[in-house]
Design a protein around this ligand. Structure first.
Ligand code: ASP
Length: 461
């Protein structure tokens, strides 16, 4: 049914489907103010997004159509998908450590439906055991689905809830925490937890997968095995990301929560420690620490949970010719903090200076990081840097831009006293600022070396 007079649907995704008598899993044509789309309607409602309808196009790509642009829909065909995973009861052994897995969503909590290619949730311990029986040799696993979102939908509310739930589990005496998470913003969550959950007696490991479990090249099972092993057995009681190491499946890497970043949109070996070397290598047999000086596992159940976040904080990625109205608009919209990812050693252009001065005079906290990612801000090297500091910008050494954004939200969530905020920002937590970056850190254990070697050999004959 199509209504020509109707300009854009005003309600929620599910109501929109009902209005136009179109079912999830049907082949449909969706008419929008931007043109028509044809494909299979996927069950996006499971992912908590009420404002989009997701279609698998004939090309195989998924597209999210904003409901407010939809003017009509026609169902062309229908075939329901079946995707129940065989469940087996997760065994319990008194001898094994107890791990709690919190699910937040993302590809790791999904499998593919063969008919549509849709990514659908799979999560209970029974399902996980059915899919990856090795997990039962490592630990007793309990799971709790906190959210079922793709990770672009994670944010302060979810970080706070996760932190509180982790605190409760630690107080109950769990031996390790595992968090299943979409990879896209996994490093933001790992950072938020590094601040909100401090002095944990047990490892807190965030794990995900780039490719869902039904694909032959999936990294889901291996990452899950490595992540579970790290949570259950590792003596590193810190917030870490556990993902594929090299391009092959030889080993996984454990990265510190504040020093890790997703660096490739599709490779399984996408996570890289930046400004340091990874914390440990992991395979099915053993965990090999690569760094010393980490916080060790303890037997007590004490942990410090600070679930605070000021949402009016932003991260501004500088580009040449950025205009001052960008800064003014942020300030006029009531933002309390800005992290700038500046060029080189921490630069922005001169025309922005008066806007920076106006902002800091109004009490907006402004911090500088570097968009090179590796290396430090050095704002004493050029006059321009000194000028910026005189206008109130505070450099953050080698803190990564996203990390600084999360930390500023966390700091401003606790206090509006800017001197106090500055103290929090400049006091290193979980190596978010380090005294020096290892000279070989840029290359060592980043997982790509054999590939680089092979390439060099093929060129230099
Ligand atoms: N878009 C997904 C997410 O971040 C990708 C993944 O899970 O790897 O949730």
């Amino acid at each position: 049914m199509t209504t020509d007079a109707f300009k854009g649907y005003k309600g929620k995704a599910l109501d929109c489907l009902k209005k136009f008598h179109v079912r999830v899993w049907s082949d449909a044509v969706v008419k929008t103010t931007r043109g028509d789309f044809e494909g299979i309607i996927l069950p996006r409602s499971e992912n908590d997004d009420e404002r989009h309808i997701v279609l698998k196009l004939i090309t195989g790509y998924n597209v999210g159509v904003a409901v407010h642009t939809i003017t009509g829909m026609d169902e062309r065909g229908y075939k329901e998908a079946h995707y129940k995973i065989p469940e087996k009861e997760f065994p319990y052994s008194e001898k094994l450590p107890n791990v709690k897995l919190f699910g937040t969503g993302g590809t790791i909590a999904s499998r593919l439906d063969y008919r549509t290619g849709a990514v659908i949730p799979a999560f209970s311990p029974g399902e996980l055991y059915g899919a990856v029986p090795e997990l039962a040799d490592i630990c007793n696993l309990k799971t709790e689905k906190l959210f079922a979102v793709f990770s672009e939908n994670m944010g302060p509310d979810q970080y706070k809830k996760l932190a509180v739930c982790i605190g409760e589990e630690i107080k109950k005496g769990v031996d390790g925490i595992l968090i299943g998470h979409g990879t896209d913003t996994m490093h933001h969550t790992a950072t938020a937890l590094s601040y909100m959950v401090q002095d944990s007696p047990v490892p807190i490991v965030v794990v995900g997968s780039q490719r869902s479990s039904d694909r032959p090249s999936s990294d889901a099972a291996l990452n899950l095995i490595h992540g579970t092993k790290a949570a259950a057995e590792s003596d590193i009681a810190e917030v870490m990301v556990c993902m594929f190491g090299p391009t092959s499946n030889e080993y996984g890497l454990l990265h510190r929560g504040t020093r890790v970043r997703k660096m490739h949109s599709s490779y399984r070996s996408t996570f890289r420690t930046v400004g340091d070397i990874p914390m440990a290598m992991i395979n099915r047999e053993k965990i090999t620490p690569l760094k010393t000086g980490y916080k060790k596992r303890r037997q007590d159940h004490n942990v410090k949970i600070t679930p605070c976040f000021e949402e009016k904080v932003t991260l501004l990625y500088y580009y040449p010719n950025m205009m001052p109205d960008m800064i003014d608009a942020i300030v006029d919209n009531g933002y309390k903090g800005i992290v700038i990812a500046g060029t080189g050693l921490g630069h922005i252009n001169k025309p922005l200076y008066p806007a920076i001065e106006r902002a800091t005079k109004k009490g907006v906290a402004i911090y500088m990081t570097v968009q090179t990612l590796w290396g430090y801000t050095h704002m004493f090297v050029y006059d321009t840097g000194r000028d910026l500091m005189a206008k109130g910008i505070v450099p953050l050494d080698n803190m990564l831009p996203e990390v600084a954004y999360i930390k500023l939200g966390w700091a401003l969530g606790q206090t509006s006293d800017l001197a106090e905020v500055e103290k929090i920002m400049k006091t290193p937590i979980s190596d978010d600022i380090t005294e020096r970056e290892p000279c070989n850190g840029y290359l060592v254990f980043q997982g790509g070396i054999p590939v680089v070697e092979e390439f060099l050999k093929s060129v230099h004959k």
